[in-house]
Write a protein that binds this ligand. Structure first.
Ligand code: FMN
Length: 190
């Protein structure tokens, strides 16, 4: 573990790119160091689903890495970091990590996170799921990965989309022990 925290954040080309953007925003506001790697389709999803520009998203990270650059520090397990979160995580990226097919930097960084036994959190977004996708996620869970579906709860009485987004982002941050108030925990006021 690195103290203070330093998180690798991967954004891939699934729907729900706002989860990744919000994660970067929160970590930025908390002064937590981030290493960002975005796939080409993640860039496209920023354009398709949000009013953000890719450069503005990259501006939220401490450091940005080119997804094709295998000379990046993220390609080495020796790079000191707290762990990695991929959100949203496409089924293609799930498959790549599950079978160790590290043909881009995001996949290689996830591979390194696993081999160094650091926490890896994937936030998949797909529905419905086929058997291959489910098997890939089981393989990952058996390897110690946290599969944290982009499936917000409703018990905190969300009023707007951002409340739903914050619930998922908050659950992912919980895995890394990051202190936050993104959602109201069940009966936390008791
Ligand atoms: C509008 C749109 C929405 C998509 N939504 C998803 C999705 O929710 N989940 C998913 O696994 N793939 C989704 N895809 C397909 C991925 O972008 C595609 O499989 C791509 O190869 C993922 O590559 P990456 O993981 O390297 O970003 C979507 C594609 C488009 C154009």
């Amino acid at each position: 573990m690195v103290n203070p925290l330093r998180l690798i954040v991967g954004l891939s080309g699934a729907s729900g790119i706002i989860y990744g953007i919000r994660m970067l925003e929160v970590l930025h506001d908390l002064d937590i160091e981030t290493d960002l790697v975005m796939t080409g389709m993640a860039d496209k999803m920023v354009e398709i689903e949000t009013g953000w520009k890719s450069d503005e998203v990259r501006g939220l990270a401490t450091r940005c890495h080119d997804n094709n650059d295998f000379t990046s520090v993220l390609a080495s397990g020796g790079y000191r970091n707290t762990g990695m979160v991929v959100l949203p995580c496409s089924m293609k990226t799930v498959a790549g990590i599950a079978c160790g097919f590290a043909d881009n930097l995001l996949l290689r960084a996830a591979d390194c996170t696993l081999k160094e036994r650091r926490p890896l959190v994937l936030v998949p977004r797909e529905t419905p799921l086929n058997v291959i996708q489910l098997k890939n996620m089981l393989t990952l869970a058996e390897a110690g990965v946290t599969i944290l579906p982009a499936a917000p709860g409703f018990y905190h009485k969300p009023k707007q989309i951002s409340d739903l987004v914050d619930h998922v982002v908050g659950k992912a941050l919980d895995i890394f022990g990051v202190d936050h108030h993104l959602y109201k925990r069940w009966r936390e006021d008791i």
